[in-house]
Design a binder for this molecule. Structure first.
Ligand SMILES: NC(=O)c1ccc[n+]([C@@H]2O[C@H](COP(=O)([O-])OP(=O)(O)OC[C@H]3O[C@@H](n4cnc5c(N)ncnc54)[C@H](OP(=O)(O)O)[C@@H]3O)[C@@H](O)[C@H]2O)c1
Length: 267
């Protein structure tokens, strides 16, 4: 593995690549001449999506057709071993089976297994003289608190709603546990560095306009703004390709909001 710099070509594994955000990560990386690997449940769906999006350089894409959690540990290590970055945009399908069926802990299980695979695969490559760290970038949510305790305290009504979400909507505790696991890896991990991007309420759209990163949630739990999914992807791609930005945000859980076009993006 090599660290990304202005001249190198990177390789990124994207999981949740057919999703409304993951597809933008794949497209933006391919359009910039980067190599992308995906593990998707339907290769046909992935190819159709990329064609509809007018993606360039799709020959730089390597597709494995599988349900991610069905991969063995060795297969998972094989997926991550040559990667500069691993991006997770996984999310539960918004239907009865996706919300309440199995795997209830899709994002947490995938996060634990992917980070373990990075550690294992990197240890093997470190022994062969390569000690660069892999970037693990998780899509979270601004409804997920930063375990470092530095988010503003929620109102008692918001705290009640979060408890209800935990009890009633399994994807919410799944996102919380996944972020907590990544955070627990600390900032001195031997093999990987991480960031959890926490968008506010997601909307679809082209990556026009601007977004901004904040160190904690802005406003209340609901109706505090929107985050265009393609902006979330743009942010993740910048983390992969722009080492200066990565140095600033690695080991953090920035909250992402769209901002009015008149204002300028921090990134
Ligand atoms: N809604 C919001 O306002 C909001 C705000 C902040 C954060 N978030 C979080 O952001 C994340 C991504 O959101 P999104 O809207 O971009 O996601 P999305 O469009 O729902 O995409 C979900 C992705 O996960 C994959 N997936 C689902 N179940 C799977 C399984 N059992 N095994 C393997 N892959 C599976 C889907 O694959 P298939 O195409 O094969 O189904 C798809 O690629 C979610 O975790 C969500 O909770 C949401």
């Amino acid at each position: 593995m090599t660290s990304a710099d202005a001249t190198s070509t990177t390789t990124t594994l994207v999981v949740g690549a057919t999703g409304a955000t993951g597809r933008w990560v794949v497209k933006l990386l391919l359009d910039q001449g980067q190599n992308v690997k995906v593990v998707v449940r339907s290769k046909k769906k992935m190819l159709n999506i990329l064609e509809e999006m007018g993606t360039k350089d799709a020959d730089r894409l390597s597709i494995t057709e599988a349900s991610l959690l069905d991969l063995s540990d060795a297969e998972m290590q094989d997926q991550v071993k040559d990667c500069n970055a691993v991006v997770s945009c996984l999310g539960h399908t918004l239907d009865f089976k996706g919300l309440w069926g199995h795997p209830r802990k899709l994002v947490t299980q995938a996060t634990k297994r992917l980070t373990a695979a990075i550690a294992e695969a990197s240890s093997s490559s470190t022994t062969s003289g390569n000690n660069q760290k892999t970037k693990f970038i998780l899509m979270g949510s601004d409804g997920v608190a930063n375990p470092n305790g530095q988010d503003d305290k929620r109102t008692s009504l918001e705290r009640t709603i979060i408890v209800l979400l935990r009890l009633l909507i399994p994807p919410h505790p799944d996102n919380e546990k996944a972020a907590a696991h990544v955070h627990s890896l600390g900032t001195n991990h031997n093999n990987l560095e991480w960031a959890v991007v926490r968008p506010t309420d997601l909307i679809d759209g082209e990556p026009t306009g601007y977004f901004q990163l904040f160190d904690k949630p802005q406003g209340g739990l609901f109706g505090a703004g929107v985050a265009t999914r393609s902006h979330v992807a743009q942010c993740m791609v910048q983390f992969i390709l722009d080492q200066e930005k990565w140095e600033k945000y690695k080991g953090t859980m920035p909250v992402l909001h769209d901002i009015p076009t008149a204002a300028k993006s921090e990134l």
